[in-house]
Design a protein. Structure first.
Length: 95
């Protein structure tokens, strides 16, 4: 059986992605049929609508790039928020 991939944005890859044992694919290069989750940043919120339009129930994880608050309307559209502060980065990379 083929395992599903993690889709990620370019910015999320630079800031966060360090998953071992999972195949990764750029969001811009997938039709999401073989994607189990997506990782984007708070600077790339348009990807949420792109993923929603597929109709697939793909959980989206949002990587925070600054200290601004993630508003309630955005929180309701994502599965989780990842903080990239250096003291938390290792913790989130293992989830």
């Amino acid at each position: 059986m083929k395992t599903l991939k993690i889709a990620y944005s370019t910015m999320a890859k630079e800031l966060f992605i360090s998953l071992q044992g999972r195949e990764l694919v750029f969001i811009e290069q997938t039709d999401f049929t073989d994607v189990s989750a997506a990782v984007i940043t708070d600077k790339e919120l348009t990807y949420i609508d792109t993923i929603d339009r597929t109709g697939f129930p793909i959980p989206v994880f949002l990587v925070r790039t600054d200290d601004g608050l993630v508003t309630g309307d955005i929180k309701s559209k994502v599965y989780g928020v990842i903080d990239t502060r250096s003291d938390l980065k290792e913790y989130y990379s293992k989830q």
